[in-house]
Design a protein around this ligand. Structure first.
Ligand code: IMP
Length: 205
């Protein structure tokens, strides 16, 4: 299946999380991703999956992800705007700096990462060209925003996110440890469960 994303951090994680069970391929360079106009992660994941599915002629399975960080003290921001928090083409460092500035010296720093996945699979049995069946799942991961950035692993807000029960940030942990608690890990496991469930239902097992 084609991954509807150009985020290298995400692509590496999907390869680790799904690569043993599924053939995850990069988005062909000519395919444009739509503007993320949705109000929820799930809406945006579906928008991306449908646009890429159509652009590829409805012949290939497409997996889209939309994810971000919800900070309680900021009323859930940056949320769906996580990638663009500090501006339209902001870097990870700029977004992290803005987040730390907005939180300032606040002590209530609870946050959660959310990942919505939308998988569209061509459905040859359904009437009409471009028909598909969809599987939509979501995963989340609770934690807190630290007061300073620490670590060099991962991407995005990883240097300032400390999962519940951890003494280090996601950017200080190795990849496998991040996958075991991350929102993307949870969503990927939910997706694999659904795929196995569907396969078993088709086989009548
Ligand atoms: P999207 O491409 O609209 O889904 O943007 C996701 C943005 O949320 C990324 O650019 C990061 O800023 C943030 N984000 C999502 N997942 C993670 C993660 O696993 N670690 C750190 N930041 C993340």
């Amino acid at each position: 299946m084609i991954l509807a994303s150009r985020n290298k951090g995400k692509a590496g994680e999907f390869e680790r999380l799904l690569g043993r069970a599924l053939d995850v391929r990069p988005l062909p360079s000519g395919v444009r991703l739509p503007e993320e106009k949705g109000r929820t992660f799930a809406e945006n994941a579906r928008l991306k999956a449908e646009a890429v599915f159509a652009a590829l002629g409805g012949k290939e399975a497409v997996l889209a992800d939309d994810s971000g960080l919800e900070v309680s003290a900021l009323g859930g921001r940056p949320g769906v705007l996580s990638a663009r928090f500090a501006g339209e083409s902001a870097t990870d460092e700029e977004n992290v700096r803005k987040l730390l500035e907005e939180l300032g010296g606040r002590t209530d720093r609870e946050a959660r990462f959310v990942c919505a996945l939308c998988l569209l699979v061509p459905d040859e049995r359904a009437a009409g060209k471009g028909a598909y069946r969809s599987i939509e799942v979501q995963g989340s991961s609770d934690g807190a925003v630290t007061t300073t950035a620490r670590g060099t692993g991962g991407f995005g807000y990883d240097p300032v996110f400390r999962p519940v029960g951890w003494g280090v940030t996601l950017a200080e942990a190795d990849a496998g440890r991040k996958d075991s608690v991350s929102h993307r890990g949870a969503a990927a496991r939910a997706l694999l469960d659904r795929l196995v469930g569907e396969e078993e239902a088709e086989d009548g097992t």
